[in-house]
Design a protein around this ligand. Sequence first.
Ligand SMILES: [Zn+2]
Length: 394
Amino acid sequence: MVTLSSESSPAGSGAIELFQLLRDGTPRTRAQLAKSTGLARSTIAARVEELMRMGLIMPVADAASTGGRPPSQFALNPSARVVLAVDIGASHTTVAVMDLTGAILEKRTEALPVADGPVAVLTRMVETAGALVAESGRDIRSLVAIGIGVPGPVEHSTGQPVNPPIMPGWDRFDVPGWVQQHLEVPVLVDNDVNIMALGERATAWPTTQHLMFVKVATGIGAGVISGGELQRGAQGVAGDIGHVQVARGSDVPCHCGNRGCLEAVASGPAIARALRAQGVPAENGDDVIALVKGGSIDAIQAVRQAGRDIGEVLTACVSLMNPSVIALGGSMARVGEHLIAGVREVVYTRSMPLATEHLAIVQSAAAENAAVVGAGMLAVEHVLSPEAFHSLAG
Ligand SMILES: [Zn+2]
């Protein structure tokens, strides 16, 4: 593979600049690149040749001719390299191979509970990754980064899960260090709700700067994108809205030790418990969804009330963050409009008009792919960054 050595590229930063311009996929001519970067035409020509040799950019169909010979255009070559996207869930793990636009080339979901522990889960993940890269027709050397989502809090700077409640054996486990013993590329780890926010944006809202993704399942949490950036907060737990107290939940105990948490009244298991108390048989969130789909009035009312409870917390979030999109996902979002109707009812009534004038509260478009797409985007964002350019070039 051609490397970007200092000898071949005395002004190597020019190549990085060009690549940062071209990574958005929009084709540009040499003249446009010269204008945008302020680099000399001769430098542009040399850097374009260099990036083409590395396979990172490619010529694309020319712009409409303005008479004479039309100028050649160049854009990111999305298939230049691949990344691995991994969504480790409570009961299943999904592994996907993606190109640099985030398009899924190969994907496999296996029954692999996170509670089996990090060595068992990651060993299987590495095996699956090797098989999928081969099935996608790529060489493992074209793999440039791995993004991994886990169902628990992660310390962003180290990629280590911290006190994850449903991940026995994972506390402070060095996930990047372990994976890199087998696949020597950058490994990015984040919690599942954060990567779902990235996946949702990439799938349905690519130009949106302010988006909240709310996962409603066994637990409730949010991933927050503000000013175009994922917000992790000081310790990586920004968006952990499940344990905010809601008015209706005053004496309902929560597994966190407090009472009245949002999660204790509006999660899938909490709705099922409330229905059981009314004599309606429901063991878990799946049963609640089946009851709603079957037209049970009790279940529909319970889900709508859960939506209102979630809306109560989101009203505070709207005041604080002023998002333009709130997307609801997670397994309970499958109940459809009843949950969202409850959220809208409260958020639109209780927020200031300007904050909700252009606020869309919608079902997740990425749905069950949100996490795996987001894990891939985490990896893609890293490898396309100026800091990582040299590893990409090498
Ligand atoms: Zn709680």
